[in-house]
Design a protein. Structure first.
Lengths: 785, 351
């Protein structure tokens, strides 16, 4: 088929080409062959079809190129082609001839059809002409009459208008009477153009009268607009009418809005009353189960009114929405401002909730009317701020409470009242911290558990706020503690020993209280609060998880642990500083090199012991007892004193004097064999540890002071006597006897080294002097008490 | 932190309080120290750190007539030094010259250049201007501050000016500003005061009691370090004398001596009566802007300022001196007469 197809196609195509070349005027525009398969043949064969075909050349070409067989074949081919072309040509001629014949037939038929048409057309024209002439006649006949009628009609209209205008005042009056202001306005507006054109001449009276009437109408309309008793519909109508009358409605609107704003201010006052009232009612009507008290109800009514007004204005002035929105937002803002003020005072969460609830109710009321104001969102934002403020103020109050608890007693003491006790301060402040924190948490939980829609949305925020609040609170508390301890340090230091005694003492106590309080916070308060927070304030997550929870108890614990140590060390430092001062006075004042023979134990010993007693008193109030102390107390009994054990004393004295007598080398040797006594150990939060640390530090200071002096024999003996006297009471107060013994010995050794003639007192004399001193103290005690 | 066995020791025969770096000796790292013995014959030891830094060699041993309470080496002549001494009751101060040694060690006599004998009270210390050759000398006793004009060749010292501060203020020591030849800081019972030597008037004062020792930072102007009995170490900026710019906790008991490193301006060394020597690193921004919070934060600073605590001592450490020649070496002297020379090199890299 395909083989067959190709030559067939080829053939038809060539025929078409030939035909078209035949018909076309320009033989050069013969269609070029498009099938590529034909192209190679084209060069030789197609030339035969072109006009520039040269038969001789072609012949030569063929003869040259092909052999006889080829030529013969070519001849056969050509003959066939020529035959084909011949038949094609015949076919074409025949077809075209046929078409020509049918065309001639059609033309002949048309000719016969047209022949009768012309006469018909001429008749028609005639008829139309006659119709036209007749109608022209009728027209001319009726023209005059028509003109007359038209004139009459115009006059009638004019007359009617004049009549209307003359009647206008009366009609307007009627309208006023019947309050049909809409009609009146319509009439007046209708007459308006005439008044404008002829108002100054013919219809002056008329115009005046009607204008008077209109003035009344306008007044009435305004009245209507302003009167709250009218229905909103009526007021809206009045506004529309006024607008139609070109009355300056904008100013009216402004006045109305002003009025509304004023009523807003009134509303504001009511809010305040309400909050005040709620404070009052808290005391008076605590058991009242009705949540809405009387002022609240009143407030609600007024807000409802306001909302109604908003609705009305919305309808009356459709274009005033923006202003209304602003007004409503103003109201909410003011509400929250008041809340903010209110929050600054000391209020509990229930009160805040009450206020917020009222506000939310208002907001919902207004939202119904003025949805575009997006009041809930707006108030949500404001509530965020308010809650934040509340949390902040709550914490600042708590801080204030605690610092009050700490300083009040301190202040009272400064005024001269003697019966203050550090214990009370500690207990109060402990309570202030723990109870206060718990109260705060309880409060916040109340807020959190409330199902007020406003707050439900803020739940996460509140949780975060509370956590953050605690974190910041404890940091602030630490800072505050530092301030408390730091503020008083400079003045007390500058004061002399005697002047500063009172203030100093109280202050040192305060530092000790702070130390113990820090420990309490770290060990008791923080875990409790953490527990509480975990129970009811977990979640949050507004901050994002990568930041972790806002409240980091570990960090706070660390802060307070270090603060506690700091305060404890500060306390010890302050106490030893005072003792150092005492010792410094003792050692720098006399001329040791010309010291007189010791007659009695020097009074600085009393002062020293007195200081220690004061420290012991303070410490006993604040710090817990250590275990070792307890055991010692039991074993020692209550009546143990230096006198009850003279033998042991003597032995000690002897050994000491011997050591004092020994030379430097010997002491060095002795030191070598003696285990190095750990003098400075870490301070613990126990009575004994603190006291013994202070004693040890003081004795070390004593040693250092001694080393700076040069003594004669009597000076040395004085030191020996004083130290010997100190030995017993110190050992009673201090848990680490070995260290105290060592240090006391060191003092005597130091003194002997710095003595030109170190001959110690004989033990009997030493004992005698000590006994004398003891006896004297005993005498003083009963006389004092 | 504990231990510090890297130090090399040297024993004096008697108790001692003071040690000084021999600044003028540029060939060796040497220290000079004197004993404090009431009854025995006192000695001055010139000690040199051996070239390998492994031992201390006694370079010279001289007898000194009285117990030495203060000793300072002349910053421009390695053979000259000053001592403050007492003989039980009375105090004296003198400038000494070490005699030429020629290799012998058998206690030749020190040559006394001159005595500073205008004092009546307890002499506290003698100050040389630390930054180089200067013919002036300051001596401080309890009540008076003397400015001497020293002529070593003529062997004379004359009082150029003096100022009495009165009975009430007990002068306890002082330091000469290495940045300003006319400024000297003196410590009182209740304050530190800076004096202008030209007018002998107070120019500045810091209200701070119980200052044991004071040292100017040789690298930074206006910076002063003080050691206090109980309050540890304070670093001051003289332009802001109200509050210290930094406070370091100091020692368990008193902080007795404090010395700024001559080369690394943040390194501070302190010696205490708790038988420890502590090496501190002051905060870097010690000149400005941390005044307020440093008061609150200093004890809880994130970076512990204490670099190391050398605790290899048997008794209170009173003497402390950096070597100028090798600024990573310091010598310390405890009361029992033990000199320990340590290097702080391991801590320099941490800066």
């Amino acid at each position: 088929m395909g083989v067959d197809d190709l030559p067939m196609d080829d053939k038809a195509k060539r025929m078409r080409d030939l035909l078209s070349s035949f018909y076309s005027p320009d033989p050069s525009i013969s269609p070029s062959p498009d099938s590529p398969s034909a192209r190679p043949q084209q060069i030789t064969l197609d030339d035969i079809n072109s006009t520039s075909f040269d038969p001789d050349h072609y012949m030569n070409f063929l003869v040259e190129k092909s052999n006889l067989e080829g030529l013969l074949q070519r001849h056969v081919e050509m003959a066939a082609e020529i035959k084909n072309l011949d038949t094609d040509l015949q076919m074409l001629v025949y077809e075209n001839y046929n078409k020509f014949i049918s065309a001639t037939d059609t033309i002949k038929r048309m000719k016969t059809n047209i022949v009768g048409m012309e006469s018909n057309m001429e008749g028609l024209l005639e008829k139309i002409m006659s119709v036209q002439s007749r109608s022209d006649g009728v027209n001319t006949l009726l023209f005059e009459k028509r003109e007359h009628i038209e004139k009459l009609h115009r006059t009638y209209n004019l007359l009617r208008k004049v009549q209307f205008i003359f009647d206008l005042p009366v009609r307007l009056g009627k309208c006023i009477k019947s309050e049909a202001y809409a009609d009146a306005v319509r009439f007046y507006i209708g007459a308006m153009p005439i008044f404008k054109a002829y108002g100054d001449s013919s219809f002056q009276d008329c115009k005046q009268a009607s204008e008077e009437a209109m003035a009344i109408i306008i007044k009435n309309l305004q009245g209507k607009l302003f009167s709250d008793s009218e229905s909103i519909q009526a007021r809206a109508e009045a506004a529309v009418l006024l607008k139609q009358l070109d009355f300056p409605v904008e100013s009216l609107k402004a006045r109305l809005l002003e009025k509304l704003a004023q009523s807003l201010a009134d509303l504001q006052l009511k809010t305040k009353e309400l909050s005040n009232a709620s404070v009052d009612s808290k005391d008076s009507s605590k058991e009242e189960s009705i949540p809405c008290s009387a002022p609240a109800a009143a407030h609600e009514a007024s807000v409802r009114e306001f909302a109604e007004a908003l609705r009305a204005y919305c309808v009356i002035f459709p274009d005033s929405e923006n202003q209304l929105v602003k007004l409503a937002q103003d109201l909410v803002t003011k509400h929250f401002e008041t809340t903010g003020e209110y929050v600054k005072e000391r209020i509990c969460s229930a009160e805040l909730l009450r206020v917020l609830r009222v506000i939310w109710k208002d907001v919902l009321l207004m939202d119904e009317v003025l949805h575009e104001a997006a009041l809930p969102d707006y108030s949500l934002e404001a509530a965020k701020v308010a809650v934040k403020q509340y949390v902040a103020s709550r914490f600042s109050h708590l801080l204030h409470d605690i610092s009050d608890a700490l300083t009040k007693v301190h202040g009272r003491q400064k005024d001269g009242g003697k019966e203050y006790s550090l214990q009370v301060v500690l207990e109060t402040s402990k309570k202030a911290v723990l109870q206060g924190s718990m109260d705060v948490l309880l409060d916040f939980r109340q807020i959190l558990e409330d199902n007020l829609e406003l707050l439900v949305n803020l739940k996460d925020l509140i949780i975060d706020l509370v956590q953050e609040g605690f974190q910041d609170f404890f940091r602030a508390l630490d800072d505050h503690f530092l301030l408390l301890s730091g503020r008083n340090i400079s003045p007390s230091q500058d004061q002399g020993l005697t002047e500063g005694t009172q203030g100093d003492k109280a202050f040192a106590g305060l530092v000790l209280v702070l130390a113990q309080l820090s420990v309490f916070i770290e060990q008791t308060a923080i875990p409790r609060i953490t527990e509480e927070i975990a129970a009811s304030f977990s979640g949050g997550g507004v901050r994002g998880y990568e930041n972790g929870p806002a409240f980091v108890p570990g960090e706070i614990c660390r802060i307070f642990r270090s603060a506690g140590e700091k305060f404890l060390n500060l306390y010890i430092k302050m106490r030893t500083q005072r003792i150092s001062l005492l010792l410094k006075k003792r050692f720098t004042t006399p001329n040791w090199i010309k010291h007189k023979e010791p007659r009695e134990v020097h009074m600085f010993v009393d002062l020293f012991l007195q200081e220690l007693g004061a420290i012991g008193h303070e410490v006993k109030q604040i710090l817990p007892q250590g275990l070792r102390r307890h055991r010692r107390n039991d074993s020692n009994g209550s009546t143990a004193s230096s006198r009850s054990n003279p033998l042991r004393e003597e032995k000690l004295t002897q050994s000491n004097t011997q050591r004092a007598r020994s030379q430097l080398l010997e002491t060095h040797l002795a030191k070598l064999f003696k285990q190095k006594v750990e003098i400075f150990t870490k301070v613990e939060y126990t009575q004994e540890s603190v006291v013994s640390t202070i004693v040890k530090l003081s004795l070390k200071s004593l040693q250092e002071f001694v080393r700076l002096q040069t003594f004669n024999r009597s000076g040395f003996q004085q030191i020996q006597l004083d130290i010997q006297f100190l030995r017993t009471p110190l050992k009673e107060t201090v848990e680490d006897e070995a260290a105290v013994d060592f240090l006391l010995d060191e003092v005597i050794v130091g003194a002997s080294e710095r003595c030109l003639d170190p001959i110690p007192l004989e033990p009997p004399i030493l004992d005698k002097l000590i006994q004398a001193k003891l006896a004297k103290t005993r005498d003083q005690i009963p006389s004092a008490s | 932190m504990q231990g510090g066995s890297s130090g090399i020791g040297y024993g004096l025969k008697y108790q001692a309080r003071c040690i000084s770096d021999v600044k003028a000796d540029t060939d060796h790292t040497s220290f000079i120290t004197g004993t404090l013995s009431l009854k025995e014959e006192n000695e001055v030891h010139l000690i040199r750190v051996s070239s390998g830094g492994t031992e201390l060699i006694c370079e010279g041993l001289f007898s000194h007539p009285n117990e030495i309470w203060d000793l300072a080496s002349c910053p421009f002549d390695q053979r000259i030094f000053s001592t403050v001494y007492s003989s039980g009751e009375s105090y004296g101060a003198a400038i000494w010259q070490i005699p030429e040694l020629y290799g012998e060690l058998n206690s030749p006599q020190l040559e006394r250049i001159t005595s500073l004998d205008a004092h009546v009270g307890k002499i506290k210390c003698i100050l040389w201007w630390p930054s180089g050759r200067h013919d002036k000398l300051i001596s401080i006793d309890e009540e008076t501050l003397f400015l001497w004009s020293l002529d070593c060749s003529k062997k004379t010292a004359q009082v150029q000016s003096k100022e009495s501060v009165g009975m009430l203020h007990n002068l306890s020591g002082g330091a000469w500003d290495p940045h300003d030849v006319n400024a000297v800081a003196a410590t009182y019972e209740s304050a530190i005061q800076v004096w202008d030597l030209r007018t002998m008037k107070k120019t500045n004062s810091i209200e701070r009691g119980h200052v044991r020792n004071i040292d100017y930072n040789p690298k930074k102007k206006h910076i002063l370090v003080t050691a206090e009995d109980e309050s540890g170490i304070s670093i001051w900026d003289l332009r802001k004398p109200k509050v210290p710019i930094q406070e370091l906790p100091g020692h368990t008991h008193w902080t007795w001596a404090v010395k700024c490193n001559p080369e690394y301006d943040r390194l501070i060394l302190s010696a205490g009566t708790d038988s420890n020597v502590n090496l501190w690193l002051a905060s870097s921004s010690s000149s400005d802007d941390i005044t307020s919070e440093s008061l609150v934060d200093s004890p809880t600073q994130r970076l512990n300022p204490l670099l190391n605590s050398y605790s290899d001592y048997e008794d209170s450490v009173y003497g402390l001196a950096w070597s100028v020649r090798e600024p990573w070496i310091f010598a310390s002297l405890s009361y029992d007469g033990r000199v320990v020379v340590e290097t702080v090199k391991p801590f320099l890299s941490r800066k």
